[in-house]
Design a protein around this ligand. Structure first.
Ligand code: GLN
Length: 490
């Protein structure tokens, strides 16, 4: 296998610029790596011909001196993003062989800057899940294994394919989405960096909707700087998404390496949950020590409504999902199972097309929105959501950012929580609050557990202050010196 797949995005762009190699060479190396890694099930669609055509066009642009910010860099795209003429399924049977006639805004931005598409990445069906096991294409296998073990582990979810592909060097970076943790939790479980930007930073146009008030796109990458380069390209105003923010996108990479001296970082005491493994507790302490050494002031803060976040999320998200998923009726796209009449066709199509977890969400969502229950569940959850946002507002009067663990455990064996939805939902305990409040959150690899499996720390920032996260994330990355890579067994 070629060494070109071991490069960071940043160093690959430098190599392209100095003509050390061409985009075609870089892309070929990745196509080969993808073909050799099918056992991981990270890609649900490989697009090598498209990749090579894009790489050739990129080399031609560079020869003309017209290279964009990401020109020639091969990336993977989560299957939740619509890609023009390329099958996009949200990893659900109900979308069948759907080929969108349009390109999502986020991916269009990446192609505008010259990036190359290697293919579509596996994920939980409609991004509902924390282990990638709800995908219609089967689970992704984490490239990481416990020392001396062969038990297949989850890469996390829902962006499990994105995280696994980045960790296994099957792309230089990937798009992902995060409704309740789906960028950050898989990043933590695979030793990669993931950032969910502020709600509204990236356009949701052309991203298959799960819970529209929570969904946000972002990158998964191998370094903090790579994540900054990708987010700078992905973000930006788009009039086709009414929640897209009409504000300038900073050069996020310029924040990486900046001094964090004097920054105040809050440690929310409610995040010390019962039963958290000692290793995660220790990693958190270590993170605090690193930030202190870098000159940050550490402040204990309180986010008193944290304990209501998970139940509130698991009401709001399914409620919105039940409404968003009503469009899959067998009439317009994807699967259709014909019944004796229209109603039966709807019923049979939806029964055959949606998986168990998606059905569970639609049932919960429909229930909490139904007459008589709306006030008791949905309205109450909305009130809790406001309280959670207020908690953060108060904390950010005292501090500039927060530091927490990303996930309550390292990668767990596939199948472990599969028949216990509540145990699975507990994975999101540290991440959902950030979506409910619309804030930016980043996961940075910070260490490994006793089995050698990666663990991540989460940084949470004020709305629109991704910059501080990139600075603080850079400090943790440097201090942790996390260079461990999974041994290639696939
Ligand atoms: N695990 C959470 C869920 O299943 C979050 C998913 C996501 O962020 N897309 O809802």
């Amino acid at each position: 296998m070629s060494d070109l797949t071991r490069l960071t995005l940043k160093s690959a762009l430098e190599g392209l610029e100095s003509k050390a190699f061409s985009s075609v060479e870089l892309t070929r190396a990745h196509i080969e790596a993808v073909e050799q890694a099918r056992a991981l099930n990270a890609y649900v669609l490989e697009t090598p011909d498209k990749a090579l055509a894009m790489a050739q066009a990129s080399d031609a642009r560079r020869a003309q001196g017209e290279a964009g910010a990401l020109d020639g860099a091969p990336l993977g795209i989560k299957d939740l993003f619509c890609t023009e003429g390329v099958r996009s399924t949200a990893c659900s049977k109900i979308l069948g062989e759907f080929r969108p006639t349009y390109e999502s805004n986020v991916t269009a931005n990446l192609w505008r800057d010259g990036a190359v598409m290697l293919g579509k990445l596996n994920m939980d069906e409609f991004a509902m899940g924390s282990s990638n096991e709800t995908s219609a294409f089967g689970p992704v296998i984490n490239p990481w294994r416990g020392a001396g073990e062969t038990t297949p582990l989850t890469p996390g979810g829902s962006s499990g394919g994105s995280a696994a592909a980045v960790a296994a060097q099957l792309c230089l970076g990937a798009t992902a989405t995060d409704t309740g943790g789906s960028i950050r939790q898989p990043a933590a479980l695979t030793g990669t960096v993931g950032i969910k930007p502020t709600y509204g930073r990236c356009s949701r146009w052309g991203v298959v909707a799960f819970a529209s008030s929570l969904d946000q796109a972002g990158p998964i990458a191998r370094t903090v700087e790579d994540a900054a380069l990708l987010l700078t390209s992905m973000a930006g105003h788009d009039a086709r998404d009414s929640t897209s923010l009409d504000i300038a996108v900073p050069d996020f990479a310029s924040f990486v390496g900046k001094s964090v001296k004097g920054m105040r970082v809050g440690i929310p005491k409610e995040y010390r949950v019962e039963g958290m493994p000692a290793e995660i507790e220790q990693l958190w302490e270590q993170g605090i020590a690193w930030l202190k050494e870098a000159g940050c002031e550490i402040v204990e803060v309180s986010l008193p409504h944290t304990k209501y976040a998970l139940p509130a999320y698991y009401i709001v998200a399914p409620a919105e999902a039940s409404s968003n998923l009503a469009r899959y009726d067998g009439m317009r796209y994807g699967l259709r199972v014909d019944g004796a009449n229209l109603t039966e066709t709807y019923e049979q199509t939806r029964a055959a097309g949606f998986g168990e977890e998606v059905k569970r969400r639609i049932l919960i969502g429909t229930y909490v929105l139904s007459a008589g229950y709306y006030d008791a569940y949905y309205l109450k959850a909305q009130k809790v959501r406001q309280r959670i946002a207020d908690d953060f507002d108060q904390a950010f009067e005292k501090v500039d950012a927060l530091l927490t663990p990303t996930a309550p455990s390292a990668a767990f064996p596939l199948g472990e929580n599969a028949d216990d939805p509540v145990a699975m939902y507990l994975n999101d305990i540290f991440t959902v609050t950030v979506n409910l409040a619309g804030l930016p959150g980043m996961s940075v690899p910070a260490g490994v557990d006793a089995k050698g499996l990666p663990l991540g720390l989460q940084l949470i920032g004020r709305a629109l202050d991704e910059g501080s996260l990139f600075s603080l994330g850079g400090v943790i990355e440097q201090a942790a010196g996390f260079t461990a890579r999974p041994d290639r067994w696939w």
